[in-house]
Ligand binder design. Structure first.
Ligand SMILES: *Cc1c(COP(=O)(O)O)cnc(C)c1O
Length: 447
C-alpha cells in the first residue's frame, strides 16, 4: 500500500487528537513505520528524533527490549480479567511497589491520566461526604493548570483553548494564583513568587475552606500551559495550608512523575506527602495505557464500611490490566537496575550544557530547566509560530512541538549525547526558520 493512500485513508477514517483536522489540508500527516530508541521512522525511512518523548510518555526509548519482553511474557499467561472480585500477581506487585515509592497505599487503576484525575477528585469529595461533610465538594486549581480533558478534569483545567467550548458542561472551580517563577518582580526570587502565590491560596482557603474538598496541583512544572516552572517552597506552603484548612492535596504527577523533574516524584523535592498521587504517562514507558491513583490510609478507611454506597464504586473495564501492569513493573525494574534517577542527574547536566546556548538567541526569554525538562519562550513570535516551528523541526529530522510561543525539550532519558547535540542544533535552526516563516493560520496553544 502506498503512503499517500494510507494518509488519505487516515484522514477519512481517523479523528486525530488535539488537532483542527482542516489543518491537514496543508500540513501532511506522517505515516510511521517503526520506532527505535529515541527515533521514530516513517514509511519512507525518514527518521525523526523524538524530542518530546511522544507526548511525554516514552522514558527509555521506543522498543525498549526489557519492557517488550515483560509484556510478551505476561501475554503467555493472562492478558486481561476483570479486577472486581479477582486479582493477579502483576497488579498486586505493582501496587506494593508504587506504595513503597509514594508512601501512599491502595492503588486504584484506570487507563489514562484524565481518568486518574477524575478518580482523585471523586474520592476526595466522597471522603468528605462519608465523613459527614457533604458541603466540602469544590476544588481549587492553579491558574494555567492542566489535569486532562474529561468533564471533571477539564473543570480543574485552566487552558482556555481546551475549555471554552465546553464551559457550560463544567462544574465551576476556584482558581488560585500560579507560582510561575517568571512572575518575579525586580529583586524577587522564585521562592518569593511562591510565597506570594501561597498567600493568594490562603485567602481562597480562608474564604471558602468549608466548601473545598481538595487542591489539585501539577508539582513543580505546569506542563500543558507551557512548561511553567516554580519553586518547591510553594508545595511546602500549600501542604501546610491544606492541613490547616482541612483540604486534600492532590498531586497530579502524571507528567512529572517517574523521574521527569529529577526525583521519582516531583513532590519529593518539597519534602511533602500529598493525600493523593495521580500517575500515568511514563508509568509503562510509553508502551500501554495505564494510570494509578494512590491515597492515604485515612482516605481508604473512610470508605471501608458495611454500607455498599460508602464504598468507591468507580470502575473502568480495563482496570489493572495485567499487560499494562507487567510493563509498569518492567519500568520500575529499569529504574532500579539502571539507577535511572542518578544517571539522569549526570545526563541533565551534560545536556544542559548543550541546550543552554539556545538562551543566547536574541529572541529567547526565560530559558528554564528542571530535571529532564527544558523550555524557553520566544519573544515577538509571529502568528502561526508553533506550527511553523513544528514543521521546521521535522525538516531537520527532529520532533518538537511548541506550546504557543514556548519551545520545550522533553527527551527520552536514554537519548545519547550525540543525539542531544543534534536536538540542540535542530532546535536552533528551527527557531530561526519559524521566526521568518510568517506562517498562515491563527496560533493556538496546543501541547
Ligand atoms: C497529560 C496530562 C493529563 C492527562 O492525561 P491523559 O492520559 O492525556 O488523559 C493530566 N494531567 C497532567 C499534568 C498531564 O500532563
Amino acid at each position: 500500500m502506498s503512503n499517500a493512500n494510507l494518509l488519505t485513508r487516515s484522514l477519512a477514517a481517523v479523528w486525530h487528537p488535539c488537532t483542527q483536522m482542516k489543518r491537514h489540508e496543508s500540513l501532511p500527516l506522517i505515516p510511521l513505520a517503526s520506532g527505535e530508541g529515541a527515533w521514530l521512522v516513517d514509511m519512507d525511512g525518514q527518521r525523526y528524533l523524538d524530542g518530546i518523548s511522544s507526548w511525554w510518555v516514552n522514558l527509555f526509548g521506543h522498543g525498549e527490549p526489557r519492557i517488550k519482553a515483560a509484556i510478551r511474557a505476561q501475554l503467555d499467561t493472562l492478558e486481561h480479567a476483570m479486577l472486581a472480585g479477582f486479582t493477579h500477581r502483576p497488579v498486586v506487585e505493582l501496587s506494593e511497589r508504587l506504595a513503597a515509592l509514594t508512601g501512599l497505599g491502595h492503588a486504584f487503576y484506570a487507563s489514562d491520566g484524565a481518568s486518574a484525575t477524575e478518580i482523585a477528585l471523586k474520592m476526595s469529595a466522597h471522603y468528605w461526604r462519608n465523613r459527614g461533610e457533604p458541603g466540602k465538594h469544590r476544588f481549587v486549581h492553579l491558574a494555567g493548570s492542566y489535569h486532562g480533558e474529561t468533564a471533571g478534569a477539564l473543570a480543574v483545567t485552566d487552558v482556555p483553548v481546551f475549555r471554552q467550548a465546553y464551559a457550560p458542561l463544567l462544574q465551576p472551580g476556584l482558581t488560585a494564583p500560579s507560582p510561575d517563577a517568571r512572575n518575579a518582580r525586580p529583586g524577587e526570587s522564585a521562592a518569593d513568587v511562591a510565597e506570594r502565590a501561597a498567600a493568594g491560596l490562603e485567602a481562597l482557603f480562608t474564604a471558602h475552606g468549608d466548601e473545598i474538598a481538595a487542591l489539585i496541583v501539577e508539582p513543580l512544572v505546569q506542563g500543558a500551559c507551557g512548561m511553567v516552572m516554580y519553586d518547591p517552597a510553594y508545595l511546602t506552603r500549600a501542604r501546610a495550608l491544606c492541613d490547616r484548612h482541612r483540604v486534600h492535596l492532590i498531586a497530579d504527577e502524571i507528567a512529572v512523575g517517574f523521574g521527569r523533574t529529577g526525583t521519582f516524584l516531583a513532590s519529593e523535592q518539597a519534602g511533602i506527602r500529598p493525600d493523593f498521587v495521580c500517575l500515568s504517562k511514563g508509568i509503562t514507558g510509553g508502551f500501554l495505557p495505564l494510570a494509578a491513583v494512590l491515597s492515604t490510609d485515612e482516605v481508604y478507611a473512610a470508605f471501608y464500611d458495611d454500607d455498599v454506597t460508602r464504598g468507591f464504586l468507580h470502575s473502568h473495564s480495563y482496570t489493572g490490566n495485567p499487560l499494562a501492569c507487567a510493563a509498569a513493573l518492567a519500568v520500575l525494574d529499569i529504574f532500579d537496575s539502571d539507577d535511572v534517577i542518578k544517571a539522569n542527574r549526570a545526563r541533565a547536566e551534560r545536556w544542559d550544557a548543550l541546550f543552554r546556548p539556545l538562551a543566547d538567541h536574541p529572541q529567547v526569554r526565560h530559558y528554564r530547566h528542571r530535571g529532564m525538562i527544558w523550555a524557553f519562550d520566544v519573544a515577538d513570535a509571529p502568528t502561526g509560530f508553533a506550527q511553523a516551528y513544528f514543521a521546521a523541526a521535522l525538516a531537520q529530522g527532529v520532533l518538537l512541538r511548541p506550546i504557543g510561543h514556548t519551545v520545550y525539550l522533553m527527551p527520552p532519558y536514554t537519548m545519547n549525547d550525540d543525539e542531544a547535540r543534534q536536538l540542540a542544533g535542530a532546535a536552533r535552526v528551527a527557531l530561526d526558520a519559524a521566526l521568518v516563516a510568517g506562517a498562515r493560520g491563527n496560533d493556538v496553544a496546543v501541547a
